[in-house]
Design a binder for this molecule. Structure first.
Ligand code: GLN
Length: 258
């Protein structure tokens, strides 16, 4: 009797192992590799440490945890320009995109967003000697540098008479402040705050109120709603089991006030 029970248990265990490996994967394939697109010059969300090719940051840790939770063996990161991410999803070159990407109505027409995973907003950065730009209203007719295809760029376009120059990365836009080539940069607050902390404060500062309230989401191709559901499920589980909080504290210190 004992032996039969043992055999039954073993059989069930093997069956569980077998079924865990299939079904639900992208396009019904095995869950071997999740290919993730990002724009890797967006610290502390995704960046390469000096002299290292490895991608690190909050988003990188989060997507690795999500991929693991979903049962993928491998999570491969592909770096590209921010404006190339949605086309890469549409072309099925990547499975998901995580890049501090704000959930916007416009983008939601092209991709499926996960539930929000980070609350953000836009900040104004100016040279530390600048005493004329103190808030958004002072930006009229000013020279503004932005990162191409971002919500910061969209916000700058709303400003009357603004002369906008676009750059591939936030870092390049901020360099324009150092060179006094522009009056301001509009970019994501956590990224600008990190940039100041990492040495930018020697020549730059954040002024005025946060311009917007934005939510970051993980993007999945419209053609893959099953994967989008799985991402949400994994994200929910990581929020429940404390792993999300652990990663948040690792990169941002305090948990946000709800
Ligand atoms: N959150 C901003 C956006 O979605 C910037 C993202 C980024 O530059 N990686 O437009």
């Amino acid at each position: 009797m004992k032996k039969t029970l043992q055999t039954l248990c073993l059989c069930l265990f093997m069956l569980a192992l077998l079924t865990a490996g299939c079904g639900g994967g992208k396009d019904g394939k095995d869950k071997k590799e999740l290919v993730v697109g990002t724009e890797p010059a967006f610290a502390p969300f995704e960046f390469q440490k000096e002299n290292s090719k490895e991608y690190v940051g909050f988003d990188m840790d989060l997507i690795a945890a999500i991929a693991k939770r979903m049962g993928y063996e491998k999570c491969t990161i592909r770096g590209m320009g921010f404006d190339a991410l949605i086309p890469a999803l549409e072309a099925k070159n990547i499975d998901v995109a995580i890049a501090g990407m704000t959930i916007t109505e416009e983008r939601a027409k092209k991709v499926i967003f996960s539930k929000p995973y980070y609350k953000s907003g836009l900040a104004i950065v100016v040279h530390k000697d600048n005493n004329t730009v103190k808030e958004a209203a002072d930006l009229k007719g000013k020279k503004i540098a932005v990162q191409i295809g971002t919500t910061g760029a969209m916000e700058a376009e709303k400003i009357e008479g603004a002369k906008i120059t676009s750059f591939n990365t936030n870092g390049e836009a901020c360099l324009e402040i150092k060179n006094k080539a522009v009056d301001a940069v509009i970019g994501d607050l956590p990224v600008e705050a990190y940039f100041l902390e990492q040495g930018g404060k020697e020549y730059a500062k954040i002024v005025g109120k946060t311009l917007t309230s934005e939510d970051y989401g993980i993007a999945v191709a419209k053609s893959n709603p099953a994967l989008a559901k799985e991402v949400d499920k994994a994200l929910d589980e990581l929020k429940k089991n404390g792993e999300y909080d652990k990663l948040y504290r690792k990169w941002f210190g305090e948990m946000p006030k709800q």
